[in-house]
Design a protein around this ligand. Structure first.
Ligand code: NAP
Ligand code: GDD
Length: 335
């Protein structure tokens, strides 16, 4: 089997690539050009092309470049396409709405058209988001109407409906995973969980004393990313293309995340957390809490890591990484 992953250098892409390699796939990933290396999350699985036996292949490409996507799909002829690439930060999408619509929304259209233009028979996974539910009251499932609250969420709603439309119009096996927030030691440093776990490590080491956050009352259904990439794979193995909410069914506030994370390092969060309204969003998503009963029933998927364990995994990894950095060693953030 041959898989193509957009966004392979991101949090989810790196875990998914590992999973597919262990399942025997050849894995092809699209990496966009940057002025310095942006593939550090792939270091544990990087293979030197000069050594032979290579099963991980990285290709230069960008979701803004339609012709490049056609050429890539035509050359790779993947059995499965996992479309994870996106401008994925909600707050940033208010500052860069047009760019977000172009990459997160139009990028999906370009990739779907690339599959059609290349005439490749493949299965397509769209990384849809619980942000699409936005202001819809919890719990949210596949029948909950979308009420997006950011340019990012609007772009994801566009991409969700395109995926359904290409399934209906062209018979493409195109499926949506509507995923609640999922986190890990590889989470981007600008998302709230990783911002907190890094701050805990640095405060415990005496390197800083405070961390500034925005809305502490927001509630999220936080899961563990390795569980969620397993769900992506299951979505594409199902006999028919369909859409699935992926969630733990448990929600917690940002404040609770702080409490558990700081307590794990024997710290009192209230002594170190400050708020700064500049991190607030013009329109907030207050409460996401998913019902993944359909994924459990149809795909046999269940989460294995719960909230408190997730927080501990992230804090431990950042403490370990910081200790390694301070002693000149290489960190082992491979969980
Ligand atoms: P992430 O860490 O931000 O990764 C995003 C990936 O997209 C990175 O590889 C990034 O490349 C790539 N990318 C950005 N702009 C691109 C462009 N113009 N052309 C090609 N690639 C581009 O996000 P993630 O957490 O792994 O999430 C993966 C996907 O799932 C995203 O679509 C996200 O919106 C969606 N999602 C995530 C969650 C979650 O909680 N993590 C929940 C629901 C849905 P660089 O490494 O160069 O930046
Ligand atoms: N980033 C950030 N930084 N968020 C903060 C902060 C802060 O300092 N303080 C409070 N928050 C609140 C945000 O207002 C939001 O309500 C919540 O913490 C979570 O924010 P993020 O971690 O940035 O994630 P998100 O929920 O906006 O978006 C993530 O999950 C979506 C799925 O629901 C991203 O991964 C999206 O790409 C994904 O689609």
């Amino acid at each position: 089997m041959r898989a193509l992953i957009t966004g392979i250098s991101g949090q989810d892409g790196s875990y998914l690539a590992e999973l597919l390699l262990t399942k025997g796939y050849d894995v092809h990933g699209v990496v966009r050009r940057a002025s310095s290396f942006n593939t550090s999350r792939l270091d544990p699985i990087y293979q030197d092309p000069h050594q032979g036996g290579q099963r991980l292949f990285l290709h230069s490409g960008d979701l803004a470049d339609a012709v490049g996507l056609v050429n890539l799909v035509a050359a790779i002829r993947p059995d499965e396409v996992y479309h994870l690439g996106a401008q994925s930060h909600v707050r940033v999408s208010f500052d860069q709405p047009e760019y977000t619509a172009d990459i997160t929304g139009m990028g999906t259209l370009r990739l779907l058209e690339a599959i059609r233009a290349a005439g490749v028979e493949t299965r397509f996974y769209q990384a849809s988001s619980s942000e699409m539910f936005g202001a819809a009251p919890p719990p949210q499932n596949e029948l909950t109407p979308f009420h997006p609250r950011s340019p990012y969420a609007c772009a994801k709603v566009f991409a969700f409906h395109l995926t359904v439309n290409y399934r209906e119009a062209y018979g493409l096996f195109a499926a949506n995973g509507i995923m609640m927030n999922h986190e890990s030691p590889r989470r981007g440093e600008m998302f709230v969980t990783r911002k907190i776990s890094r701050a805990v490590a640095r405060i415990a080491a005496g390197l800083q004393d405070e961390v500034y956050l925005g809305n502490l009352d927001a509630r999220r259904d936080w899961g563990y990313t390795p569980d969620y990439v397993d769900a992506m794979w299951r979505v594409l193995q199902h006999e028919e293309a369909d859409d699935f909410v992926i969630a733990t069914g448990e929600s917690h506030s940002v404040r609770e995340f702080c409490e558990v994370a700081f307590a794990h390092a024997d710290l009192d969060w209230e002594r170190h957390v400050r708020t700064d309204p500049s991190y607030d969003r013009p329109s907030e998503v207050h409460h996401l809490l998913g019902n993944a009963a359909k994924a459990k029933r149809v795909l046999g998927w269940t989460p294995t890591v719960r909230f408190e364990e997730l927080v501990r995994i992230m804090v431990d990894a950042d403490v370990e990484a910081l200790e390694a950095e301070m002693s000149g060693r290489t960190a082992r953030i491979e969980r």
